[in-house]
Design a protein around this ligand. Structure first.
Ligand code: C2O
Length: 350
């Protein structure tokens, strides 16, 4: 299984621009005086319910703004606080742009990549889990739950409005200006006819969630262990499809590497990233618990290479923790669930 990275050997990350230039960027987390502790999921006293972004009350939007504002303030006060805004964004860069390498005697070092494999859903789940707890701590509301961008439903297919307010901490100027108010194009069609895009989106969702999967790995992504080379083709259906389409759709073509959402190293600098990934995470739970499948009767991965893979995060108290993939496969045990909304794509068999 993939071992947790060692922070003291974290190196620079790299990304390439649209002109194929390779740029180095520093996005390692601060090291910790205290050693990492094995994370135990706290007992669930009250289930947090992540709401659909299009249904948020003004009070909820206010609270969300407040929380992100606090996270930005924390960064200003102490740039080394691992819970600050930029530090949280850099987690994505470090895990996805090559900051963590592991020496392999007699071979090239192994570079950790949390995309393009069965680590995709678990890594992003743990990432959001701590991000959500940090936000809750910053506003003194431990029940705070991250809204999800409900892009699989026609009622939620545009960027949630409150992300577009220039005065909001949720605003990011590096987004495709032509796409701010249009229906997200989950199938990379390039069409600008909203009705056609909506209908194609539902077909895309049907395929990714139901039609295209003949085994667990088609959905989750292919196995990945220490030493594996990652490739786009090994990604699961949602990761390759709707998930990436949203990144590409929002990323800003005026920027050298389609920042922010359009590149791994910068994606999480846009607060919209986490709202997007809350819906990606929701897709995993829907697939596990809401869609019965004759083709895939058992949706659990029984491999130790999966369940014992580990990551490092800082929790809401800035304590460094080591988490296991096997501890995140059930969202309810982690203390959160999703607002129920209808799933119009379930019957959208092409
Ligand atoms: Cu880690 Cu949506 O990418």
């Amino acid at each position: 299984p993939v071992k947790p990275p060692q922070l003291d050997t974290c190196g620079n990350s790299t990304y390439s621009t649209n002109l194929q230039q390779t740029i180095e960027v520093a996005c390692c987390p601060p090291t910790s005086q205290n050693p990492a502790i094995d994370y135990q999921l706290p007992p669930v006293t009250q289930m947090k319910i992540r709401p659909a972004a299009q249904n948020l009350s003004p009070e909820y939007i206010y609270k969300y703004n407040k929380a992100i504002e606090c996270m930005k303030k924390l960064q200003e006060e102490n740039p080394d606080d691992p819970r600050g805004f930029m530090q949280q964004a850099n987690i994505h860069c470090a895990y996805c742009n090559g900051a963590y390498t592991y020496p392999q005697p007699g071979q090239d070092p192994f570079t950790l990549q949390t995309h393009f494999s069965w680590l995709f859903f678990p890594f992003h789940r743990w990432y959001l889990y701590f991000y959500e707890r940090i936000l809750g701590k910053l506003i003194g509301d431990p029940t705070f739950a991250l809204p999800f961008w409900n892009w699989d439903n026609p009622k939620g297919m545009k960027i949630p409005k409150f992300f577009l307010d220039h005065n909001s901490p949720l605003y990011d100027c590096k987004r495709n200006q032509k796409h701010l108010k249009s229906v997200v194009d989950l199938g990379f069609t390039g069409s600008t006819d909203p009705l056609q895009v909506v209908s194609n989106n539902l077909t895309v969702m049907y395929n990714e969630m139901i039609g295209a999967n003949t085994d667990v790995y088609d959905f989750m992504g292919q196995p990945y262990c220490q030493g594996t080379q990652s490739s786009y083709a090994a990604a699961g259906a949602v990761e390759r499809g709707s998930h990436t389409a949203v990144h590409v759709f929002v990323g800003d073509p005026r920027e050298a590497a389609n920042e922010d959402l359009g590149n791994f190293y910068s994606a999480a600098r846009d607060p919209l990233f986490f709202c997007h990934h809350a819906n990606v995470d929701r897709m995993w739970t829907l697939w596990q618990y809401d869609l019965s499948s004759e083709q895939i009767p058992d949706k659990t991965i029984h491999s130790d290479n999966f369940n014992n893979a580990e990551f490092l995060f800082y929790d809401e108290n800035a304590q460094l923790v080591r988490v296991k993939v096997g501890d995140c496969v059930n969202n309810q045990l982690m203390g959160y669930d999703f607002e129920e909304v209808d799933l119009p794509w379930v019957d959208y068999r092409p």
